[in-house]
Design a binder for this molecule. Structure first.
Ligand SMILES: Nc1ncnc2c1ncn2[C@@H]1O[C@H](COP(=O)(O)OP(=O)(O)OP(=O)(O)O)[C@@H](O)[C@H]1O
Ligand SMILES: [Mg+2]
Length: 279
């Protein structure tokens, strides 16, 4: 997995282009769990230095799609993925591609903060150590990542204490520090604020906006206000029941700039969902 040295002229300060200049794309992505067709034909493009929100009712496949992007679904034995997931035009499912490498470039933050049972310092140093990443000074690298996750000032005097000694919001920022420690390009976040209070949520949202300067972020959220506040583009999914089996297969309804999705959606299903009439 090599990251091409193409830099895209768009920075968040400039106007959002009509179409994303993609770091990642899915093409005809279909996901099955055993015989169950969980996600049908998803085509999405995730723009560089943009925040893309995936929204939709429970069970429509948001987490499934997110997990495909860095091959986390490989860890689910029944999961089967068809179609393509491209990272800088390379298919992350190509046989020659190492999933560990994929996850180094495409990091993940989960719904429930999940620090390792290690010190704050070792949580952050873990990824660079296991991947053999070269850093001049681990102390400096850990500090940089904790600063990047807006946590340094709160933990600088207790780096040897357990990650579990932190509050929920701090633990989530520690997980973000851990995710950026391997210097990824893309960060996936699956409902990262759903267990947090409004103050901790605001801190993570501010952090996402800062991280966007350096990373491409894809976030699943059930919180419409959050999607509207932080994301540049929004993808709305829904689930359609199969007429014979009744199984609900997730599909992408609409993908556009967040302002368009929330102010002027083109599909009635999107309109119904964002106005709270459904889901
Ligand atoms: N490991 C699994 N094994 C079997 N089925 C699964 C598995 N994970 C998810 N599914 C099914 O796939 C469908 C999509 O699930 P997914 O978790 O992606 O939905 P979601 O949109 O993230 O929902 P939520 O908003 O509740 O988190 C659901 O019907 C779910 O039951
Ligand atoms: Mg989910």
């Amino acid at each position: 997995m090599t990251e091409p040295s193409v830099t895209h002229p768009y920075t968040p300060q400039q106007e959002l282009p009509d179409h994303p200049v993609p770091v990642m794309q899915t093409r005809s992505l279909n996901v099955f769990y055993g015989g169950f067709h969980a996600v049908h034909d998803v085509d999405l493009a995730f723009g560089r230095h943009e925040i893309t929100a995936l929204i939709g009712p429970s069970g429509c496949g948001k987490s499934t799609v997110l997990r495909c992007l860095n091959r986390m679904n490989d860890l689910v034995p029944s999961a089967r993925v068809e179609g393509e997931v491209l990272y800088h035009d390379q298919d992350v499912y190509a046989p020659s591609v190492d999933p560990i490498e994929v996850r180094r470039h495409i990091g993940m933050v989960f719904q429930k903060a999940n620090p390792f049972p290690k010190s704050i310092y070792d949580n952050v140093a873990y990824g660079p150590r296991v991947t053999g990443m070269k850093v001049d000074s681990m102390d400096d690298h850990v500090e940089k990542c904790l600063r990047g996750a807006a946590l340094w000032d709160e933990v600088k005097d207790k780096l040897k204490e357990s990650g579990y000694s932190l509050s929920g919001g701090q633990q989530q920022r520690l997980c973000i520090a851990r995710a950026i420690a391997t210097e990824p390009d893309v960060i996936l976040m699956d409902e990262p604020c759903s267990a947090l209070d409004p103050i901790a949520t605001a801190a993570i949202e501010d952090l996402m906006l800062q991280l966007r300067e350096q990373y491409t972020i894809i976030i699943v959220t059930h919180n419409m206000q959050q999607a509207a506040r932080v994301s540049d583009r929004t993808a709305f999914f829904t689930a359609r029941p199969d007429e014979t089996t009744g199984n609900r297969t997730g599909l992408l309804v609409e993908f556009d700039k967040t302002s368009t999705i929330f102010e002027n959606p083109s599909d009635q299903r999107t309109e119904d969902y964002i106005s709270g009439r459904f889901g």
